[in-house]
Design a protein around this ligand. Structure first.
Ligand SMILES: Nc1ncnc2c1ncn2[C@@H]1O[C@H](COP(=O)(O)OP(=O)(O)OP(=O)(O)O)[C@@H](O)[C@H]1O
Ligand SMILES: [Mg+2]
Length: 432
């Protein structure tokens, strides 16, 4: 029987849904399903509007929020998996939802796209689309150095997918998926290192790839190692914000009597995508107002108060992220947020960005070392470095990722699609 199977890459920043065919004579795919208009990626964002009571997803969610609609905006939900926030519920409009339910809502939206595709395929007399089976991607580590929390994170993601009608769920490491996709396009055997720098995590895998091996059912012996660290693009956003933006909001300034500094955690949370919402409480508003009264530079704390009052935190984080992306090409840029009551212009240079994020790059380099040593191979043995993920476009990250592999071929794989496509290939093999 000809059937098509789905792979779902629930990313920290972007999500995709891949499809691949299984069965004799069914060489369809892999391909990405359009998930927002014609776009093959859905930004992992939700907006619960208080104005019309609707839930928006992806670019539409970002648009509603940035446009200033009343409601609750969420991004980087994947970063919450395995953390203590998972135990909390959050108020969205008149509902209180757990994070598993929130992630479930997001997955439900993707599942609707899959169901629509299943109806289309059926009407067109094409291979039927499996709706109960799915391969979900997972980072090698959801949580660093805590195996129980890491297992809990996968269980929570599985529970969210199960609640949306997927009953047959398998997991695959995201870098292995990226390797499977790359493998579908090569002609000869290669020893490859996958470097996937995402929004939340960086994942690495040393894999033996070849067109013949691609036919084998069990690939465990070809996956020589998989390592990962909880470092991704959102951490680069956070450290850029802390270095160049948060000082404008009071970070590092002291009380009037010069005796104390402003507590750091407010600024840290405001710079961290998935923690911004936790600051929007009446108590924190009051506490920040009290701090403002005893601050040596009260105007800065007043700006912080503006962020709380107008729920501008994600707009600010978006401006920081946009500046980070600009610094991939430019030597300097301006981090800007202009809205009634706030006009922020913070200059940022590539040099300052690299100084602020050097520790992240070092952790990525360390994880690549671990991937090589766990695989028992020397850098010289790697024939291809497969680069993927949006974060790999940061020049310092790319340089660190390829520096020891000057002899190797550098393959720039589809930065946002390679994991979803590889998960679909894996799904067709596992379930087909
Ligand atoms: N040109 C660029 N320069 C620097 N960073 C970029 C660029 N384009 C995208 N990014 C960053 O890439 C990250 C998103 O990458 P990607 O879509 O691969 O992540 P993800 O798959 O959602 O996350 P994860 O795999 O960690 O769950 C974001 O932090 C984004 O800011
Ligand atoms: Mg990813």
């Amino acid at each position: 029987m000809l059937r098509t199977f789905a792979g779902l890459d629930f990313g920290t920043t972007n999500s995709t849904l891949g499809l691949a065919g299984a069965g004799r004579g069914n060489n369809a795919g892999p391909r990405l399903l359009p998930v927002e208009g014609e776009a093959p990626t859905l930004p992992s964002a939700l907006f619960f509007s208080l104005e019309d009571g609707k839930t928006y997803f992806g670019r539409a969610a970002v648009f509603e929020y940035v446009d200033g609609a009343e409601g609750r905006f969420m991004r980087a939900l994947k970063s919450v998996l395995g953390s203590s926030l998972m135990e909390e519920t959050t108020q969205v409009g008149r509902m209180r939802l757990t994070f598993v339910e929130l992630i479930g809502r997001f997955l439900a939206h993707l599942r609707e796209k899959l169901e629509a595709e299943a109806r289309r395929a059926e009407a067109a007399g094409e291979a039927s689309v499996a709706l109960s089976d799915v391969v979900l991607g997972r980072p090698v580590r959801f949580v660093d150095e805590d195996d129980d929390a890491d297992r809990a994170a996968q269980d929570q993601l599985e529970a969210a997918a199960r609640s949306q009608g997927f009953s047959n769920i398998a997991f695959q490491f995201e870098p292995v998926a990226a390797a499977l996709y790359y493998e579908s396009r090569i002609a000869a055997e290669e020893l490859a290192l996958v470097v996937d720098i995402g929004g939340g995590t960086s994942d690495f895998s040393v894999v033996r790839l070849s067109p013949e091996r691609a036919q084998a059912e069990d690939r465990l012996s070809d996956i020589l190692s998989s390592t990962g660290v909880h470092v991704g693009g959102t951490d680069f956003d956070r450290l850029l914000s802390i270095a160049e933006v948060m000082p404008h909001f009071g970070l590092g300034s002291s009380t009037d009597d010069g005796k104390r500094r402003m507590p750091v955690w407010y600024f840290n949370d405001m710079a961290t995508w998935h923690r911004i919402n936790t600051l929007y409480t009446p108590k924190i508003r009051r506490d920040v107002y009290a701090l403002q009264k005893e601050a040596a530079e009260p105007e800065k704390l007043a700006r912080f108060g503006h962020l709380l009052e107008h729920r501008s935190g994600h707009r600010l984080a978006g401006a920081v992220e946009a500046a980070k992306i600009e610094l991939s090409d430019a030597d300097e840029t301006l981090i800007r947020l202009e809205e009634p009551g706030l006009d922020l212009r913070a200059p940022a240079t590539r040099e300052a960005f690299e100084a602020a994020t050097a520790e992240l790059v070092a952790r990525i380099t360390g994880a690549i070392d671990a991937a090589l040593s766990e695989a028992g191979v020397k850098a010289e043995a790697i024939e291809t470095v497969i680069l993927t993920g949006g974060g790999a476009q940061v020049p310092a990250v790319r340089a660190a990722a390829v520096s020891r592999f000057s002899h190797a071929r550098i393959a720039q794989s589809d930065a946002f699609g390679s994991v979803g496509l590889g998960l679909a290939i894996d799904a067709a093999r596992k379930f087909g």
